[in-house]
Design a protein around this ligand. Structure first.
Ligand code: CP
Length: 303
């Protein structure tokens, strides 16, 4: 395991498999209600989230506890960041309080990379702007691998807001590294130019993307990041581009549905699909704890 987890870009198959193999063991602990492990005893993790989160922050918190690490959460809204303290000074302070793993989410792409260069602590990128969300990519791959027993040869359709999605980037990078085929569909204003250079295929319609897929992954329409004029009405979007039970008939018979969440039900995906038998959306959340346990364990061993 590298000192920092900043993104999946540049990671090899062996490095990704090491994390997924460890996460499989961690998932067994979760399933057996074994929450008092000591893999990371003596480590101290701090969650430093400059953007909102439900899943990532709380799963890092539980994951830290489940592997025996100490964990603290910084609420940026009530911290000295509001008095103008810089990211560097905040991180140095957290390090001097004896936190050796800093989990950071920030709206600026490259923020975690910057921090990794200026402090000694291990840095885990919990999402940086539109760049990467590596633990989400890893938990998504864990979910697929547990379902199909492999990643190599799978066809994964990623549908929705590709342009603003750090989840899409981490999944494209991770899945293509592991030998999967990635198909993308999004309305033109939500599709970044040149994305094919990352090894994915851009489809002309949602039906083309879903046809023959093993995994259909919806992405949230990030209304908060959009400028006006890029997006039709919500109802129109769902009718034309939403993941629905009818459209899913085009996928392979044993296909699964995934979504990083939070979900906009009735926008990028129908509510009955979220709750349907093909959905692994809540399974992804549990696998997120397992992946984060694995990363904290491996980082602690690498200290
Ligand atoms: N998938 C994800 O990152 O969710 P949160 O924003 O709730 O952490």
């Amino acid at each position: 395991m590298r000192k920092h987890l900043l993104g999946l870009e540049g990671m090899s198959r062996d490095e990704i498999n090491q994390i997924l193999d460890t996460a499989d063991i961690m998932r067994t602990h979760i399933d057996n209600n074994e929450f008092d492990n000591e893999y990371a005893k003596g480590s101290s993790v701090v969650n430093l989230f400059f953007e909102n989160s439900t899943r990532t922050r709380t799963s890092f918190e539980n994951a830290s506890k489940f592997v025996g690490a100490n964990v603290v959460n910084i609420s940026v809204a009530t911290s000295s960041v509001t008095k103008g303290e810089s990211m560097y000074d905040t991180a140095m302070t957290l390090q001097c309080i004896k936190n050796d793993i800093i989990v950071m989410r920030h709206s600026i792409a490259g923020a975690a990379n910057y921090l990794s260069k200026v402090v000694d602590a291990h840095i885990i990128n919990a999402g940086d702007g539109q760049h990467e969300h590596p633990t989400q990519g890893l938990l998504d791959m864990l979910t697929m691998r547990r379902e199909f027993g492999r990643l190599d040869g799978l066809t994964v359709a990623i549908i929705g807001d590709i342009k603003y999605s750090r989840v899409a980037r981490s999944n494209i990078i991770g899945l293509t590294t592991m030998g999967a085929t990635v198909k993308l569909f999004g309305i033109k204003t939500l599709m970044p130019q040149g994305i094919e250079q990352m090894g994915a295929t851009v489809c002309d319609s949602i039906e083309d993307a879903i046809e023959g897929a093993d995994v259909v992954m919806g992405l949230r329409i990030q209304l908060e990041r959009m400028q006006s004029g890029q997006f039709p009405s919500v109802r129109e979007y769902h009718r034309e581009y939403g993941i629905t039970a009818d459209r899913l008939k085009l996928a392979k018979p044993n296909a699964i549905v995934m979504h990083p969440a939070p979900v906009n039900r009735g926008v990028e995906i129908a509510g009955d699909v979220v709750d349907g038998e093909k959905s692994r959306i809540f399974e992804q959340v549990t696998n997120g704890v397992a992946v984060r346990m694995a990363i904290i364990k491996l980082m602690s061993e690498a200290k």
